[in-house]
Ligand binder design. Structure first.
Ligand code: HEM
Length: 159
């Protein structure tokens, strides 16, 4: 679904196509993760709420409804990643499969949107990885709430 222009201050959530499009993306991604030889160690079986919860998280971070914070809370996200001991290879595969799924789910593929999703997934996977190794509260990543992701800055044409 290329060629969608960014309208005014449209949210990333609306640009993505809202809840339905994000759910399609997360379902495709989770199916790939479950079948992946590198990720199998951390995703041994399908968890019934994973896709919904991942959808709520992404929706909220992209400027949509705040259902993740209201119903689950950020602490839940910290807790589910604790002790997973995510390796660099797993983190990188997670990000690569996510970006692959974005294309296959037919979400917009304009450069600004792709840039926002790339930086979101890069940041999120690093937070999850750090928290997965934290032996104490002090070693957790300092993030304590769902971030509000923004469009990448437009290049400064005056330079
Ligand atoms: C942007 C990065 C990430 C986000 C937003 C994210 C988000 C989530 C969410 C919403 C859940 C669902 C919890 C529930 O069911 O209530 C979850 C669970 C989980 N995540 Fe992540 N995660 C990220 C990165 C990672 C990475 C890099 C890995 C490992 C390579 C990972 C492994 C897991 C596992 C194993 C679970 C629990 C089991 C399951 O639900 O399948 N996550 N994550």
């Amino acid at each position: 679904m290329a060629e969608r222009r960014v309208e005014g201050n449209e949210s990333l959530y609306d640009h993505a196509g809202g809840e339905e499009a994000l759910h399609r993306l997360e379902e495709l991604f989770y199916t790939k993760a479950l079948a992946d030889p590198v990720l199998r160690a951390v995703f041994p079986r399908r968890q019934p709420h994973h896709v919904d919860h991942l959808t709520w998280f992404t929706a909220e971070s992209f400027g949509g409804p705040d259902r993740f914070s209201r119903e689950l809370g950020f602490r839940h996200l910290i807790d589910v990643h604790r002790n997973l001991k995510i390796t660099d290879e797993q983190r990188e595969r997670f990000a690569a499969l996510y970006l692959e799924s974005l294309r296959e789910a037919g979400l917009p593929d304009d450069e600004r949107f792709l840039g926002a999703v790339r930086s979101h997934i890069e940041f999120g996977t690093r937070v999850a990885q750090q928290n997965s190794h934290a032996a104490s509260e002090d070693e957790l990543h300092p993030l304590r709430e769902v971030p509000h992701w923004q469009w990448p800055e437009a290049p400064d044409r005056s330079l």
